[in-house]
Design a protein. Structure first.
Length: 166
């Protein structure tokens, strides 16, 4: 009887310790991320929240969060829709000049833990460069960042559509 009691208590203790263990990916990560973060009290997509000087934008042109000119040139900044992914939201902003994408900025990426930040600090510059090179949302998935890549493509395509590019 005594051995069964000790075995039962040991098993319960081991299970409690096992289920309360926190891995390194569960804690809030320190450091900074290479991804743009809106600290101005507004949500991305609710207007121009970048810290760049104004480029002659005339303001918001609708629910898409785009902030481009009302002319035919399509020049300006356009926010893609927020893509809800398994690990968190992904949203990008494109800058268009002369009918070409001249910059892509990640406004939101999953950053719930340190591992997310590591993945996105690696993947976002690769996705940005690919988007600038092909001038479309037809970009390859970054290995190890499949979910972020899918969300990035979805938001990028929405921004391209808002800018009325191809």
């Amino acid at each position: 009887m005594r051995r069964i009691t000790i075995w039962l208590l040991s098993t319960v203790t081991a299970l409690v310790l096992l289920f309360s263990y926190r891995t390194s990916t569960m804690g809030v990560g320190g450091g900074t991320s290479a991804v743009a973060v809106d600290r101005g009290g507004t949500t991305p997509g609710s207007g121009d929240t970048s810290t760049e000087p104004p480029t002659g934008d005339t303001g918001s042109t609708g629910d898409t969060g785009s902030t481009g000119d009302s002319g035919d040139s399509g020049d300006g900044r356009y926010d893609g829709s927020v893509a809800q992914t398994r690990w968190g939201p992904v949203q990008v902003r494109i800058t268009v000049a002369g009918g070409r994408i001249t910059d892509v900025t990640a406004l939101q990426v999953p950053d719930g833990n340190f591992r997310d930040q590591q993945i996105n600090d690696y993947a976002v510059p690769i996705l940005r460069q690919a988007a600038l090179t092909v001038q479309s949302a037809r970009i390859d998935t970054v290995s190890g960042a499949t979910v972020t890549s899918d969300g990035y493509r979805e938001s990028l395509q929405a921004a391209i559509d808002a800018a009325h590019l191809r």
